[in-house]
Design a protein around this ligand. Structure first.
Ligand code: ATP
Ligand code: MG
Length: 309
């Protein structure tokens, strides 16, 4: 087992202090001046970690930074990736015009389509119930947790109705599992110095669970659509090759309700009141983009022009 802090493997290791999870991340530089991204995390068993590494190695080329090495260190299991010189897409929007943002949305959609064509990974301890059953149960539980919390807010009833209707919604569409990223967002997409995209952060290194689900779940980032409507519209239009089917928007509202309420319940439980306020404000802001016409199509969404895709 390697101890990177005492081994002479790298001449420099700078911690990357991003993210809420328990992973340790570093930019490492070796004696030849080459940089690497190192991520380490405790994992339950070596087989599930191997499954994660196989998954990353099985991705089509140029989707994610190359996995150079993996193994065990004193901080748990580690992966060593090629270092991407660039920035996360989220940080680059400020320097892009609207058309460029739209084009990057199309590029992100192309990558997501490729990711969704990979074979789903089912870990040893993965749950066996269907995505729809599992998800609607979580939705109902999350709704009840929220009702009994002290954070009811004006408009929350809409979210509660969307969550409570989840069982009905899953009956309307047969969801078969595809390989999903589960946190696909401009915060986990890097733009390298050549303007190419690379996706990072494919979940926990401990792949005891399932890397498969409803492809629509990888659109939950569009809850931030109002901030960058051109990127998110390009992303949606590029993925579907046209406007998405009406049921897409209803599923998105369900998934977004769930993530908003789950995050809110977590902040309440950990008594982080400033984060509760922030999350309530976000929840209200998202509701303002959903019209009263039952279409669930957010007001910021720009449909494709027929000639552009
Ligand atoms: N290969 C890479 N090259 C350069 N920088 C990277 C690379 N991979 C990740 N990063 C940077 O490190 C940051 C954190 O990485 P990552 O998204 O994997 O961790 P995280 O969001 O904290 O996720 P987790 O919740 O799994 O800990 C990214 O936002 C990105 O800025
Ligand atoms: Mg991340």
């Amino acid at each position: 087992m390697i101890d990177f802090s005492t081994s002479n493997r790298f001449v420099d290791m700078s911690p990357i202090l991003i993210g809420a999870s328990n992973t340790k991340k570093y930019k490492c530089v070796d004696s030849s001046g080459q940089s690497f991204f190192l991520k380490a995390e405790e994992v339950k068993n070596p087989q599930s970690f191997q499954l994660f590494c196989d998954m990353i190695n099985g991705l089509p080329p140029f989707i994610a930074p190359q996995l150079i090495e993996h193994g065990f260190c004193n901080e748990g299991a580690y992966v060593l990736h090629e270092w991407i010189d660039g920035d996360i897409l989220q940080n680059t929007f400020a320097n892009m015009g609207k058309n460029v943002q739209y084009k990057f949305g199309l590029l992100a959609a192309d990558i997501l389509k490729k990711i969704h064509r990979c074979k789903p990974i089912i870990g040893k301890d993965a749950h066996k119930d269907s995505w729809g059953d599992r998800y609607s149960n979580i939705a109902i539980r999350t709704a009840y947790d929220f009702i009994s919390s002290p954070n009811r807010f004006y408009g929350d009833n809409k979210y509660l109705i969307w969550l409570k209707n989840s069982k009905k919604l899953f009956k309307e569409r047969n969801v078969s599992d595809v390989f999903c990223h589960f946190d696909f967002s401009p915060r986990n997409i890097m733009v390298n110095n050549d303007g190419e995209l690379r996706v990072v952060d494919f979940g926990s290194l401990d792949k005891s669970r399932r890397q498969g689900g409803d492809p629509y779940i990888d659109f939950k980032c569009i809850r931030h659509g109002v901030e960058h409507p051109h990127f998110y519209s390009g992303f949606i239009n590029g993925y579907f090759g046209t406007s998405p089917p009406p049921i897409f928007w209803r599923f998105i509202s369900l998934y977004i309700s769930l993530i908003i309420f789950k995050a809110l319940n977590t902040s309440v439980k950990s008594k982080k009141w400033s984060s509760v306020k922030l999350r309530v404000d976000r929840a209200k802001r998202y509701l303002m983009t959903i019209p009263e016409d039952n279409s669930f199509i957010p007001t910021w969404y720009i449909p494709p022009l027929s000639q552009e895709l």
